[in-house]
Design a protein. Structure first.
Length: 153
């Protein structure tokens, strides 16, 4: 049986040998493929996150929708996703940085905005990693925006 496949180094019409893609071109193509996968994961993650928010009862849903807007504005590099059935936001490595837990999820009197150990919130030997939320006023929204921006940085 004769192998009829051509070598990657085929001769062009001008008589020059083609070496295929350069190392730089291959690296650029790999990078673009990763970007496309990340965009797809981000779109799928946001779709799942929004579906989870839509399932929440009205007070938690309104708060989660507003938090989603704040996180997207404060740290657009974070990717929306769900984490243990909760809206969450992950870094470029897919590690959750922060998440929202509705009051209804565990039948508590307040919702929670939590930060993981991946969040850059370290302050000395002790710092908060979660915050109870009863409502969002302009002051809380500003503080959350600053915390999320810092956490993602």
């Amino acid at each position: 049986m004769k192998d009829t496949r051509k070598s990657a180094k085929s001769t062009t019409a001008a008589g020059k040998k083609s070496e295929g893609f350069s190392a730089e071109e291959r690296a650029a193509m790999k990078e673009r493929a990763q970007e496309l996968k990340a965009e797809e994961r981000r779109a799928d993650g946001e779709k799942a996150l929004l579906a989870k928010i839509a399932e929440m009862p009205k007070p938690d849903r309104a708060m989660a929708e507003r938090l989603h807007e704040i996180v997207k504005a404060s740290a657009p590099e974070l990717s929306p996703k769900t984490w243990y059935g909760m809206p969450a936001y992950a870094d470029k490595d897919g590690k959750v940085v922060c998440h929202f837990q509705s009051a209804e999820k565990f039948n508590t009197r307040y919702a929670t905005l939590g930060f993981s150990d991946k969040a850059n919130l370290d302050e000395g030997a002790m710092w908060p990693t979660s915050f109870a939320l009863k409502e969002l006023t302009a002051a809380e929204e500003a503080r959350i925006g600053a915390l999320v921006e810092r956490a993602a940085g």
